[in-house]
Design a protein around this ligand. Structure first.
Ligand code: MG
Length: 282
């Protein structure tokens, strides 16, 4: 299933449902659980009784889940990206995943505009990533059991202010400007997402900048969940971004940062795409 959250353009109500081709099926279960977050947290099996069908053209898709707390992220999870940012000695593979978070206020819709925050930064960059949505509360999860706690997968852009990322030593500030985490367009439930073959591609104004496969990750999703959950509770609806492949603007010489009007599109096979225009909005 592809599950989406949306605002109806006609009556401005916020709802969620199953995306099927160009149609959204609103389910009777959404009367009991008015948000996708509350449905995920319920742990219930989905009852597919449809009460309403809405054309996807009549809605604005929003982030499928809300971030009740910071978005968890893995840095340096593709070797090619690691080499491009010269984060470590060439070809040295980290022993443990790097974790950081983005403020929950970064959350943004799959097709919404992203502010460039020109007063705060002049180095806005994209990072195409696959996001994991946690399905059940868990702690101290083994690699073998990690799959049980995944609800599904989405596409995200870990938008980063490169100048702030380095100026402030810790990455948090440069990762956390408002609107810096477009996510969506849907959460694809884990039973329908093939992590073996998943392919991720990022385009800027139609030009391909990033292209890789989930299988190139240094730490796969079960290993990420294992490390993150040791001594730390994960909650239903938590979002984990799994790292970006090579091809970011900051890795170019000279760096190629996003400017007013640039459009970043990130595609993941089996999920769809997100597409956001970057704009001076102050
Ligand atoms: Mg990232």
């Amino acid at each position: 299933m592809k599950l989406v959250s949306f605002i109806n353009n006609n009556d401005f109500t916020a709802k969620w449902g199953i995306l099927q081709n160009e149609e959204i099926l609103v389910l009777s279960i959404s009367q009991k659980y008015p948000t996708l977050d509350s449905f995920i947290a319920s742990g219930e099996e989905i009852d597919k009784s449809v009460i309403e069908k809405i054309s996807v053209n009549d809605v604005r898709l929003t982030s499928p889940v809300s971030a009740k707390r910071n978005i968890f992220c893995v840095g340096k999870n593709y070797l090619d990206h690691l080499n491009e940012i010269k984060a470590t000695a060439a070809n040295s593979v980290p022993k443990f995943p790097s974790f950081f978070t983005k403020s929950s206020m970064t959350l943004n819709g799959p097709y919404d505009n992203v502010p460039l925050h020109g007063n705060a930064t002049s180095g806005v960059d994209y990072e195409g990533e696959i996001a994991v949505i946690i399905g059940k509360e868990c702690r101290n999860v083994s690699v073998e059991d990690a799959e049980d706690y995944i609800f599904g997968y989405a596409i995200a852009n870990d938008v980063t202010a490169r100048d702030l990322q380095t100026q402030h030593m810790q990455w948090f500030k440069g990762k956390s400007l408002d609107g810096f985490c477009p996510i969506g367009p849907a959460v694809v439930t884990k039973d329908e997402f093939n992590t073996e073959n998943a392919e991720i591609t990022t385009y800027v104004n139609g030009e391909m900048r990033q292209h890789s496969f989930m299988s190139n990750m240094i730490f796969d999703v079960p290993t990420i969940i294992y490390y993150l959950s040791q001594g730390m509770t994960l909650l239903p609806g938590d979002i984990i971004l799994t790292g970006t492949p090579s091809g970011v603007g900051g890795g170019k010489n000279p760096p190629l940062y996003l400017k007013d009007g640039d459009v970043v599109k990130i595609e993941v096979s089996g999920i769809g795409h997100i597409e956001n225009k970057f704009m001076n909005m102050e």
